[in-house]
Write a protein that binds this ligand. Structure first.
Ligand SMILES: [Zn+2]
Length: 323
């Protein structure tokens, strides 16, 4: 993708005004389309000659919020129904939210994920049951519920179990499977349930989904564990540690003096005036206060949380904006 961000922005602009694309999304149950544009960078394209002409566009961002993939769903009667660009399907739709959530619902496709996100449920989408992204390792330490479609040939269930098996060996917490019940023996998926609910706030859908999720079953391992490829990609957690220098940032708050290998200053979190106990360790990018009864410590994120009463996410944003 050349200059992907400006492209994504032009697709977003188009969706603000393209009636046909907006009508299509309404048929899929979404009333507040501007929310999809603003929160998830959903867009559309109607420039003839553009690869995505006639498609709704769903960009996928990595953990550092770089666009890495784009998938399109046609809103006219075009073939193919979906189009993708990007190196390979290494990410989930809404992958960049993984970092912030402990509990995630895994569904198939962007529209299913957006249906859940629309009512505030943390969700990520795979692009096809056979396309578990290589970066599923990012789901380590999460509680996952796989929510799959019901269809006649059990493809949904088999796909869900296959994915659960793969996650099972990675995830140290829990993998559950929940199933969307069929409707009059017909196939039913998350977005179909969503669009069937005509209430403004999607309360019927919300009730149904919560009931389905409550009935999720802990996954029992069915096949042999896959070998997990050792990955070299940096995790998000490592990134912020590498990208920001704790000494430089804390110096904006505390005047630090060198004392041998250590940097010391008066603690901003308790009262002290004689000798400084607040210590910053450059090599491990951490701090600790040795003052009696104090004992605050941690990373630069912990420092900002103490200083401003931020959430973890807010502290990261603060770092991004200011340093
Ligand atoms: Zn202290």
């Amino acid at each position: 993708m050349n200059n992907p961000l400006s492209k994504i922005n032009s697709y977003k602009k188009e969706l603000y005004k393209n009636k046909e694309a907006r009508d299509y999304l309404r048929t899929r149950g979404f009333e507040d389309i501007d929310f999809l544009i603003e929160e998830f960078s959903v867009g559309c394209c109607s420039d003839s000659g553009d690869f995505y002409c006639g498609y709704i566009t769903f960009p996928i961002f990595d953990l550092d919020n770089n666009p890495v993939y784009m998938t399109g769903r046609n809103f006219k009667n075009l073939e193919p129904s979906h189009k993708h660009i990007g190196s390979s399907i290494n990410y989930f739709f809404n992958h960049n939210d993984i970092f912030y959530e402990d509990d995630l619902i895994l569904v198939e496709g962007c529209l299913d994920a957006l249906s859940l996100l629309y009512i505030g449920l943390p969700s990520i989408g795979i692009l096809g049951v056979n396309n578990l992204p290589e970066n599923y390792i990012d789901l380590k330490d999460k509680n996952i519920i796989i929510l799959f479609d019901s269809d006649k040939n059990e493809a949904g269930r088999i796909g869900a179990e296959k994915i659960a098996d793969m996650l099972y060996s990675t995830i140290t917490r829990s993998v559950k499977i929940a199933k969307i019940p069929r409707h009059n023996k017909d196939k039913m998926d998350v977005n179909m349930l969503f669009s069937a609910d005509k209430t403004k706030d999607k309360t019927e859908f919300e009730d149904k989904i919560y009931r389905i999720l409550d009935n999720a079953k802990e996954h029992v391992f069915v096949s042999r564990p896959p070998t997990i490829k050792k990955k070299t990609h940096r995790t998000y957690t490592d990134n912020w540690k590498n990208d920001y220098d704790i000494v430089k940032i804390i110096n904006d708050y505390v005047s630090l003096e060198s004392e041998g290998n250590l940097l010391r200053g008066f603690c901003p979190f308790h009262n002290e005036s004689n000798s400084p106990s607040f210590t910053v360790y450059e090599d491990t990018q951490s701090f600790y206060c040795w003052g009696a009864g104090c004992g605050v410590g941690g990373t630069i994120i912990d420092f900002l949380i103490l200083q401003y009463d931020f959430s973890f996410k807010k502290a990261l944003e603060f770092l991004r904006i200011n340093y």
